[in-house]
Design a protein around this ligand. Structure first.
Ligand code: FE2
Ligand code: FE2
Length: 252
């Protein structure tokens, strides 16, 4: 079982890159299942029906989210109509919508809480989710978190109990992918799938820098140009491996 997992997909440029590359890489890398973090897929913040439809149409099987999932009111429609779009298990009331099983693989959305929203503790939350997943052959957790310490703690906590703990949220890929002692595959952050030029985490730098200077909230605009595609390929059969993808896709 080989899974392709895209880091946070940012807006239309990110969705476009996912569409082109998913069909290509599915064949090239013999991918069985495609997962993408979609928390920034609609306009750079949040998720809506259009973004979900496009990602599913691109060949994405499961969409995870994170702290921006609820940015658009439309998240309620997404929640209602798309069971393969997941919401972090430790947001109040979201446990039942935090996992999805396809082809024997359970994908779980979970979120950290260090330097983030003050939500429920992700450690007991993932214990409760795993109780629901006895029918699944494999288990993959998207741990959407800011603090590297919390991510490593989660990886050790889940080592041997899940097949992979893949970090998301920071939009910056880390080079620490590895196999944990009990076989769990891990990376602190997969990175982002979004515009890279003149960009701060996918957003136009000129719309972001003023926030740091003035301390006032600004309306961010998605950057344009080449798209940095950060992803991982995880093999979770007997031969276990995690391989980073760090690719720049440009139109034309
Ligand atoms: Fe994000
Ligand atoms: Fe996030």
């Amino acid at each position: 079982m080989r899974i392709l997992f895209f880091g946070d997909v940012v807006g239309e440029p990110g969705r476009k890159a996912v569409r082109i590359l998913t069909s290509k890489w599915r064949v090239e890398y013999q991918v069985d299942l495609v997962v993408a973090n979609g928390e920034n897929s609609a306009g750079g913040l949040g998720i809506n029906r259009k973004a979900v439809e496009e990602l599913l149409d691109a060949g994405v099987d499961v969409i995870t989210t994170g702290n921006h999932a609820f940015h658009w009111k439309e998240w309620e429609e997404v929640y209602r109509d798309y069971p393969m779009v997941l919401f972090p298990a430790n947001y109040p009331g979201m446990l039942e919508r935090s996992y999805y099983i396809k082809d024997g693989v359970a994908v779980v959305s979970l979120q950290g809480r260090v330097f983030m929203d003050c939500i429920d503790n992700p450690f007991p939350a993932i214990d409760r989710v795993l109780e629901e997943l006895s029918a699944a052959r494999w288990r993959i957790v998207d741990f959407h978190a800011e603090a590297t310490s919390e991510k490593l703690a989660m990886a050790y906590y889940l080592d041997g109990r899940v097949d992979a703990v893949l970090g998301t949220h920071t939009h910056v890929q880390t080079a620490d992918e590895r196999v944990f002692p009990q076989g769990t595959l891990y990376i602190t952050d997969v990175g982002m799938t979004g515009p890279i030029e003149n960009s701060i985490l996918g957003m136009d730098k000129d719309t972001v820098i003023p926030t740091f200077i003035t301390n006032r909230p600004m309306r961010f605009r998605i950057a344009s140009g080449p798209v940095l595609v950060n992803a991982v390929l995880v093999d979770i059969d007997r031969d276990r491996s995690i391989t980073r993808i760090n690719y720049v896709w440009a139109e034309g």
